[in-house]
Design a protein around this ligand. Structure first.
Ligand SMILES: O=P(O)(O)OC[C@H]1O[C@H](OP(=O)(O)OP(=O)(O)O)[C@H](O)[C@@H]1O
Ligand SMILES: Nc1nc2[nH]cnc2c(=O)[nH]1
Length: 187
């Protein structure tokens, strides 16, 4: 057995809960209601952005009472050896479907600097996609947005400019399963 790193337990003990489970669930209900109003007739493909988008995608799709296809793509912020993130995106799985003329819904956990969503939108446009809709659980508030031209259509919650985890978002690979949105203790 490989032990759980002590840091992983400690980060949760010390974290600040920014949004409780019931607050997040309400936000997901609201996203689902908005998507249902605008996308019900559009025969969309829903793309979960792996890994972080999987929790929101799973919770969302059962609330969408209209025909849709579910799939995934994997674009991730490239990590340097020292674990800092660069603006470069590493594609691990492109969409496999023919996107020509299709309406798609991109579902991700967090819109932070926006480099990830920017690369996804650019790729899908190059593939001839019809309409692109974007849903994120959290929009992090700061003025470092890399692609001000890309604004998610459906946003669950606005969060302060701190590193957050839970509901799909990880802390060093852990706590994507946390039932709330937590901020790592600062200082
Ligand atoms: O708006 P940005 O600054 O581009 O950051 C947001 C992206 O960062 C996280 O993914 P990450 O690349 O860490 O991979 P993960 O989904 O596996 O956690 C998150 O899931 C978003 O996809
Ligand atoms: N887990 C996590 N992933 C991110 N990717 C970009 N910002 C964040 C964040 O605050 N938390």
């Amino acid at each position: 057995m490989v032990a759980i790193p002590a840091e992983i337990q400690q980060v949760m003990r010390e974290a600040e809960c920014l949004f409780s489970e019931s607050q997040v669930e309400r936000a997901i209900d609201n996203i689902a209601a908005d998507i249902s109003e605008t996308m019900a007739e559009k025969n969309p493909i829903v793309f979960s952005v792996m890994n972080g988008g999987m929790v929101l995608t799973g919770k969302l799709v059962t609330k969408l009472g209209f025909p849709l296809e579910i799939s995934y793509l994997h674009a991730t912020r490239f990590r340097h050896d020292n674990n800092t993130k660069s603006p470069d995106i590493e594609w691990r799985a492109h969409p496999q479907q023919n996107l020509k003329g299709r309406t798609i819904l991109i579902v991700d956990d967090i819109y932070d600097e926006g480099a990830t969503l920017g690369a996804i939108v650019d790729h899908c446009k190059a593939e001839g996609v019809g309409e692109i809709h974007i849903a994120v659980l959290v929009d992090k508030q700061h003025d470092r947005k890399a692609r001000p031209d890309i604004i998610p259509d459906y946003i669950g919650l606005q969060c302060e400019d701190r590193f957050v985890f839970g509901y799909g978002m990880d802390y060093k690979g852990y706590w994507r399963n946390a039932p709330g949105i937590y901020a790592v203790k600062e200082g």
